[in-house]
Design a protein around this ligand. Structure first.
Ligand code: PNS
Length: 159
């Protein structure tokens, strides 16, 4: 049986923290669908197509598929045959939101399990919003994102 996992998020943009979780997930799923949310409540810096393209450039593995999704995550997960939702937990501050989401998703789809992964220690402080902020003010993000993302940030922000 092929075990399919779905790793949802805004990925605005993908960071080394996301990359780390993607590769950790492959230890327990045969196929991982990285699911990029169309409807991000926050106004994203990168368009949906740009966010998808950047993930494809950074996470190259035949076991990884990158897809955009609109609507409920549980419906998307069902449509790709996923049995597991993967989310990262960096700090206690993530917990409340993640716990709410996991329980809501369980209410909507009882058989879909949410699995939380802890990123590499040196990436626990990392978030897309911090990366955007550092890049916006011309800071060095080379340790935080793939070179393709660094270049895309430079182009987007004119730095
Ligand atoms: O990277 P993010 O912004 O923390 O990702 C949040 C995301 C996209 C996973 C979440 O907002 C989501 O699943 N949105 C899809 C709509 C949905 O299913 N909402 C109910 C989940 S409780």
């Amino acid at each position: 049986m092929t075990r399919v996992g779905v790793y949802p998020g805004s990925f605005d943009p993908i960071t080394k923290g996301h990359e780390d979780l993607i590769h950790r997930s492959l230890a327990f799923v045969d196929k991982l669908v990285v699911a990029v949310a169309v409807n991000v409540s926050k106004q994203p810096l990168f368009t949906l197509d740009e966010r998808v393209a950047l993930i494809k450039q950074t996470a190259r593995d035949t076991a990884i598929d990158v897809r955009a999704f609109d609507g409920l995550l549980v419906d998307f997960a069902r449509s790709v045959g996923a049995t597991v939702i993967v989310r990262g937990l960096r700090a206690v501050s993530d917990f409340e939101y993640e716990f709410q989401m996991a329980l809501m998703n369980r209410t909507l789809a009882p058989k879909l399990e949410t699995v939380f992964l802890v990123p590499a220690f040196d990436l626990t402080y990392l978030s897309s919003s911090l990366v955007r902020e550092v890049a916006r003010f011309g800071g060095d993000v080379s340790a935080l994102v793939h070179p393709a993302v660094q270049q895309a940030l430079r182009q987007k922000l004119g730095k």
